[in-house]
Design a protein around this ligand. Structure first.
Ligand code: NAD
Length: 491
């Protein structure tokens, strides 16, 4: 029997509410095709209400001591841990990702984000400078919360990325208007309830649901949002910048990626292979950091393809709720059609399809109408092909070969993106040389997605502006005032 879709409401001033005009967005479960949620479709009036609630909460929250803010955020982290199963199920239902992945990656990381920033603010140090010319003086730098900040996040790692913004914003003493993706909104709402129970005062965290061009645009364009932290597609980032930049808002943009995985002549393939497969297909390839362009030294290509295809053919695509499923469904049938069109463009450009594509998948009846797709390997596409140049954001990798390691760097740098790159080699000197020559905000050597939350995270070129993580995030969410005190030279 089909169950009624659950309603996802806004959270404004500490209470859940529907939109003023009663509008909803219908969202289906991408794995089953069944109606799943009715998502409140907010716009300018809901954002205005959220701004009013945030304005009331801003001064008291900014005046709350760091140790008290830390305690509240730690309780939120505990609340996320306690709700692990319910949050993981909601994440899996909204996105189609395997429940096991949501349980082991998405939700634990959301709790870790809160714990990390809750404790980071207890150990902050400040800058000071002694000046000797033209006069003796002491400078010190004050860091203050910005006030009301907008946090807008995508659907692929919903709570993981939403909390990656909200936790530092709240820790630094700001009040937040958040907007999760309309495709995966549920865990953001559940987080509001957890935060409220943890003692976060009303109005400090507000969530307005809805479409990007409506609720998202209203957040970005409102004169009272002083900073926008955005994660999503490059085209959306550009649209947001055109609205926010002329209003001199602080902007952090974490955008798309087309990340190379470089297999050097001396790579240890036995060690590397499970990680190369994981980096290509984790979350159905829908992670901005996925290694979607594999570059292999010509001398290892045959061996690489034999091992890679053997591993990939062992991946199971199926019902996200079944523990044996390595890949679940893509986020929607529309997205799958876009992914398949890019695969076709690669074939049209001369790539050989080694595995996947439109091949039929054996699925249980519960998920027979879902947006599933086989892991797909395209061999030897030309560098200028759209399948190499554009972010596919699905379970698709291209494999190209190179003769000299300098050519690998040239191919790796030959797209508009510059988010991440992975190098597999036993020669650490080469790894250092390559890492410094790659256009990437993050370079992994002999590992992938190994994250230390203190390190700067973000991309170069069309992959974004600014860095998240550690002190970078706390700096983004604060304004600085330099205080200069003339001290005189004589005792
Ligand atoms: P998207 O750009 O379509 O949407 C992201 C968010 O922006 C959503 O909440 C959406 O409603 C909102 N939005 C859309 N238009 C808007 C507008 N005009 N004004 C304000 N908000 C607007 O991205 P998506 O499809 O949800 O996510 C996939 C993309 O995100 C991929 O390109 C992926 O690479 C990128 N991504 C990047 C990172 C990173 O850290 N660099 C991480 C995850 C995902």
């Amino acid at each position: 029997m089909q169950t009624a879709p659950s309603k996802v409401q806004h959270f404004i001033g500490g209470s859940f509410c529907a939109s003023e005009n009663g509008a909803w967005i219908e969202r289906e479960n991408p794995a089953t095709g069944e109606p799943l949620r009715l998502v409140a479709r907010g716009g300018a009036s809901e954002v205005q209400r959220a701004i009013c609630a945030a304005e009331k909460a801003a001064t008291p929250w900014a005046a709350t001591s760091a140790s008290e803010r830390s305690r509240v955020l730690l309780r939120i982290a505990d609340g996320i841990d306690a709700a692990l199963e319910a949050l993981a199920l909601a994440e899996s239902e909204d996105t189609g990702k395997p429940l096991s992945l949501a349980r082991s990656l998405d939700i634990p990381r959301a709790a870790a984000n809160f714990r990390f920033f809750a404790t980071a603010i207890l150990h902050e140090t400040g800058e000071s400078y002694r000046t000797e010319t033209p006069q003796h003086a002491l400078n010190y730098v004050l860091r203050k919360p910005i006030g009301i900040v907008g946090c807008i996040s995508p659907w692929n790692l919903p709570l993981y990325l939403f909390s990656w913004k909200i936790a530092p914003a709240l820790a630094a003493g700001n009040v937040v208007i958040g907007k999760p993706s309309e495709l995966a909104p549920m865990t953001a709402s559940m987080l509001c309830e957890i935060a409220s129970r943890a003692g976060l005062p009303a109005g400090v965290l507000n969530v307005v649901h809805g479409l990007g061009g409506e609720a998202g645009h209203a957040i970005v364009s409102h004169s009272q949002t002083k900073a926008i932290s955005f994660t999503g597609g490059t085209a959306t980032g550009a649209a947001i910048a055109t609205v926010a930049a002329p209003a001199f808002k602080k902007l952090s943009l974490e955008l798309g990626g087309k990340n190379p995985t470089i297999i050097c002549a001396d790579a240890d393939l036995t060690v590397a292979m499970p990680e190369i497969v994981r980096s290509a297909f984790l979350n159905q390839g829908q992670i901005c950091l996925c290694g979607s362009r594999i570059l292999v030294h010509q001398s290892r290509l045959a061996e690489f393809m034999a091992q890679f295809t053997a591993h990939v053919s062992g991946l199971r695509v199926g019902d996200p709720l079944e523990s044996e499923s390595d890949l679940g469904s893509l986020v929607s049938n529309e997205h799958r059609a876009k992914v398949q069109a890019l695969v076709q463009s690669g074939i049209d450009d001369g790539a050989k399809i080694v595995m996947g594509g439109n091949a039929p998948i054996r699925l249980s009846s519960r998920v027979a109408r879902g947006a599933f797709m086989h892991p797909t390997i395209l061999l030897a596409p030309p560098q200028e092909s759209r399948c190499v140049q554009e972010e596919i954001f699905g379970p698709v990798v291209t494999v190209q070969s190179f003769d000299r390691h300098a050519d690998a760097v040239r191919l790796a740098n030959g797209t508009r993106y510059g988010l991440a790159a992975t190098i597999w080699t036993r020669d650490l000197s080469r790894a250092h040389r390559m890492a410094s020559a790659l256009d990437a905000g993050i370079v992994w050597v002999n590992c992938w997605l190994l994250r230390d939350l203190r390190t700067p995270f973000g991309g170069t070129k069309d992959s974004g502006v600014g860095r998240e993580g550690g002190t970078e995030a706390l700096r983004f969410f604060t304004e600085q005032t330099n205080v200069c005190i003339a001290t005189g030279a004589q005792l």
